[in-house]
Ligand binder design. Structure first.
Ligand code: TRP
Length: 330
């Protein structure tokens, strides 16, 4: 039996290069080796955005982008959270065994409560139990998450453990954080500040066309140029080189590295090359995004197929859960 992996995707925001090299490319590999579930967490978005603009269209866009990156509905189960009503029943059981004290201590809850003082709703409060239901309805063992999700993962383990204790069973595995090894790359932003993805100007989206990509790269923050031979690169310049390392070939990288070292580097030349290589990397993905986005019927068919597989797995779990607690099973 292959290990079960599950990853939830926020339906807000488009994919950028940082997402691609930081996680999505790893998902594409993982789907060959593990039993993967990838889903778009549209219910969760209601905790902060109760009246979404066009939630079905947003889900389709995200789906199109992930498929364009190589997620394969024949290998992984790719679905939309709100297409799997079984999740809610498990959410309800977990809510019965989770204490308001522990939910109140979750930092993301406290932060959101501060940000939206007029809408500190019960869904926001129970965000971690819905997330636990997402994971445990498939009895997933691994969940790839960032640092910001560790407390939610701790709550998911607590839900599993407590259920097992209360009902004297070993039904739920405790899901573990999955860390991508060396293959996950931290992509720097274009504004000189660390990570890609904090703002528009700092970020290259996968859907963006050549012109925009070139313009953004040419505008990337630099400094006055190398001052002494073989000096250490300041962060803003190191960022450019890191980006080049990601999208260009080794020879190109070395060429510009040598120019830095002998103080003949012109940032304009380097950026032109970087833009070229970025466009070459992104073009095929962007074209596939457009193809998928233009085919709503196909996207909906893929989502339906994913929902069927997810519901099958979830209803198997729920049948067991109902039996364990003592409810009727049909
Ligand atoms: N909370 C996650 C995030 O903000 C999204 C998410 C919802 C999730 N349910 C999940 C992630 C289940 C992993 C597993 O990114």
């Amino acid at each position: 039996m292959k290990d079960i992996v599950l990853s939830g995707i926020r339906p807000t925001g488009n994919l950028h290069l940082g997402n691609y090299y930081g996680a999505v490319r790893s998902f594409v590999k993982m789907q060959n080796e593990m039993n993967c579930y990838f889903f778009i967490a549209d219910w969760h978005s209601l905790t902060t955005h109760p009246t979404p603009e066009n939630i079905q269209q947003s889900a389709r866009t995200i789906l199109a982008e992930y498929l364009a990156c190589g997620l394969d509905p024949d290998k992984a189960t790719i679905y939309i959270q709100s297409d799997v009503p079984e999740t809610i029943e498990l959410y309800l059981y977990f809510n019965m065994n989770t204490y308001i004290g522990e939910l109140g201590r979750v930092t993301t809850f406290k932060e959101k409560a501060r940000q939206q003082p007029d809408n500190v709703n019960a869904g926001l409060f129970t965000y971690p139990t819905l997330m636990a239901a997402d994971i445990l309805q498939h009895r997933a063992k691994w969940v790839p998450v960032g640092k910001d999700q560790e407390q939610n993962m701790e709550m998911a383990r607590k839900c599993a453990r407590r259920f097992n204790n209360i009902y004297k069973t070993e039904f739920f595995p405790e899901p573990q954080n999955f860390y991508f090894g060396g293959e996950a790359v931290k992509v720097p932003g274009l504004d000189g500040s660390g990570k890609m993805g904090k703002s528009d100007g700092n970020c290259i989206y996968l859907y963006e066309d050549e012109k925009v990509v070139r313009k953004k790269v040419m505008r990337a923050v630099t400094d006055n140029g190398p001052q002494a031979p073989n000096s250490e690169k300041p962060e803003v310049i190191q960022n450019l080189f890191t980006l080049m390392h990601i999208v260009s070939d080794e020879e190109t990288y070395k060429y510009f590295d040598e120019k830095w070292n002998d103080c003949t580097l012109r940032y304009g030349d380097m950026k032109k090359q970087l833009a070229e290589d970025m466009v070459r990397t992104l073009n095929p993905i962007r074209e596939r995004i457009e193809e998928y986005k233009g085919n709503t019927e196909l996207l909906d068919r893929i989502a339906r197929q994913g929902a069927e597989k997810a519901r099958e797995s979830a209803s198997t779990t729920l049948r067991e859960v109902r039996k364990i607690i003592g409810f009727k099973v049909y």
